[in-house]
Design a protein around this ligand. Sequence first.
Ligand SMILES: Cc1cc2nc3c(=O)[nH]c(=O)nc-3n(C[C@H](O)[C@H](O)[C@H](O)COP(=O)(O)O)c2cc1C
Length: 286
Amino acid sequence: MEDIINSFTSSFEDSGISLEKVRIYPRPAFPFPWTTKAFFAAMPHSVDGIPMELEPFGFKERQYDLVIIGYQPWFLSPSIPISSLLQHPAFKTVVNDTPVVTITGCRNMWINAQEKLKLRLKEANARLVGNIALADRHDNYTSLVTILYWMLKGKKDRKWGIFPKPGVSDADVAGSEVFGQTVKKHLLSEEWSELQPDLVRQKAVEVKYYLMFIERKAGRIFKIWSGIINKKKNKGPWLTAFKYYILIALFVAAPLILTIDAIFFRPFLGRRIKKQKEYYEGVDLA
Ligand SMILES: Cc1cc2nc3c(=O)[nH]c(=O)nc-3n(C[C@H](O)[C@H](O)[C@H](O)COP(=O)(O)O)c2cc1C
């Protein structure tokens, strides 16, 4: 995320814009590389948006012309650190009545997280004016294998020398500078209404049908799991059950459901699907 933010904002300083970067650290820190246990244990609080403590942070100014939020989705929800930030009084004060641009760096599933973020921003009276989503462009299974390798081994290289590099590609990280320039243009003119349409034209956000389909279903199911697990004293067995559930859902159920959908539903729902895609590519909240 830091690389993305640096690339995205690299043209700002040349234009005399004063740029302040604030990195948020959760307290205690999450392990990296992750253990499998810690990885899945992050699910219930991510999904239910339960905040945690953050290391002290501060802002130089009381008000900004633009706030850019870089964040990662965790379990189809804003990560626990970003969700904690969004609920933090100091941050809520800073984004109040202020234009906000969000930028995600993820595996490939960000739309549910972004919907939750839209809601938090609305509660804080912020004005979401732009969104950029950078994702791994490899297929859903390859990117799952490689991101788990990266997260659990801590190595961002090619697993077994065979798989591609995990996460957002270096080219896309570097290319995010172009989206930054678009945001900069709107910042300098203080005209925000056309920012997101401009970003969509540049393909700064692309909603893929089958990922949207899976996410919409999985988001609701994760919510049921998190609701149950958050109430349990002994979460361990439930988290193990969730881990196996996810694997079965992804490798067995998803291909089946997608095939049924491709034959019986998708061909007849063209207009509705187009509208859904446009909605998720936008910055409005339904
Ligand atoms: C606990 C955890 C859950 C994640 N869940 C998702 C997810 O639901 N969707 C997704 O596209 N990426 C997911 N990712 C990948 C992250 O969004 C992100 O791409 C990854 O952490 C690399 O970014 P970073 O180096 O900035 O942390 C997850 C990562 C972690 C650690």
